[in-house]
Write a protein that binds this ligand. Structure first.
Ligand SMILES: [Zn+2]
Ligand SMILES: [Zn+2]
Length: 324
């Protein structure tokens, strides 16, 4: 089959023939209908994550299963070993011995994909596979981050949420917040274009960095730089919650006198299989905005270059068989 293969970190991705995957016991080989390109794929290609090479990247996969029909693939596969507290509690995305698709196992930049367990396949129903593919990581990551804020928002008399960063994940986060809470949502982004998109998606207010006013019950930082963490700290209400999702790598001091009293600061990573089921059900009920640019397998190396330079407005989605 055709696939996009990472053979050496920092080297261009190779579009070439790869061996056909075989169905593992309890799992399936599925035909890839669409695979989103996630920003973390760039880190994987650069060799920032330890893995065994060669590997086929891609963890945002919508696929066709012979019996289930179109499915979204839950890709944060844990070790699934007896005694693993993370896997046994349904939180495979924080399994210390993860085996996720597109990093530790071959992923979706290909015509076909082996899935180790059929319970990782979530039927898509009426959702369009190409638009739904980014839900598998971008959508799910934002969904879990919003989950962490809901009890705090529900307890507040006048809940207010601040979304930092209006790129792909921030746009999902804003939409999940509006669907799942009564919070008034402010979105902060340096780009006037993205602030306009946020207003179209239902933001109650937008602000440029440095122009945020007041305090917020919950803050979700989809950037994770030092400057955005400072914004989160300066604008979270006492007893509020700050959820950091972005992998920019910023840090701020933590302790008495440096953060508002009893505010909680936490990171959030990807999402659970249960959350993926809930998210897909929610997406089926609502009109979700998820801008994409469809490309073929041959276009993936160039798409990675364009992502490096920031030259993209929505998510790149690979549809095998599409030619440029
Ligand atoms: Zn991802
Ligand atoms: Zn595990």
């Amino acid at each position: 089959m055709r696939a996009v293969v990472l053979s050496a970190p920092g080297q261009p991705l190779e579009v070439r023939d790869a061996s056909e995957p075989t169905a593992p016991s309890g799992g399936s080989v599925v035909d890839v209908l669409a695979c989103g390109i996630c920003h973390s794929d760039l880190h994987a290609a650069a060799g920032d994550y330890p893995t065994t090479l060669p590997v086929i990247l891609g963890h945002e996969v919508a696929a066709m299963h012979p019996l289930l029909g179109p499915v979204l693939v839950y890709a944060c596969w844990g070790c699934r070993q007896p005694g693993c507290w993370a896997c046994e509690s349904g939180q495979e995305m924080i399994c210390p011995n993860a085996t996720e698709a597109g990093l530790f196992r071959d992923g979706g930049y290909a015509e076909r994909l082996a899935v180790p367990d059929d319970r990782y396949l979530v039927p898509l129903g009426n959702l369009d596979p190409a638009h739904a593919a980014p839900l598998a990581c971008g959508g799910l990551t934002a969904y879990r981050a919003v989950d962490h804020t809901l009890s705090t928002l529900h307890d507040a008399a006048s809940p207010r949420a601040l979304v930092i960063g209006a790129g792909g994940l921030g746009q999902f986060g804003l939409q999940w917040l509006k669907m799942r809470s009564d919070a008034a949502v402010t979105v902060v982004d340096a780009s006037a274009e993205k602030r306009e998109v946020a207003l179209q998606l239902g933001a109650d207010a937008v602000a440029a960095p440095g122009e945020v006013e007041g305090t917020f019950t919950a803050v979700i930082d989809f950037v994770g730089a030092e400057a955005t963490l400072v914004t989160a700290r300066d604008h979270v209400h006492r007893q509020g919650v700050v959820v950091v999702v972005g992998l920019y790598g910023g840090t701020i001091p933590f302790g008495f006198g440096t953060v508002p009293h009893e505010a909680r600061f936490m990171t959030s990573i990807w999402g659970s299989l249960d959350q993926m089921h809930d998210m897909v059900a929610l997406a089926q009920e609502h009109r979700l905005h998820s801008p994409i640019e469809v490309i073929g397998l041959d276009d993936v190396p160039a798409a990675h270059e364009r992502l490096h330079s920031g030259d993209v407005s929505g998510r790149f989605v690979i549809v095998p068989g599409v030619t440029a």
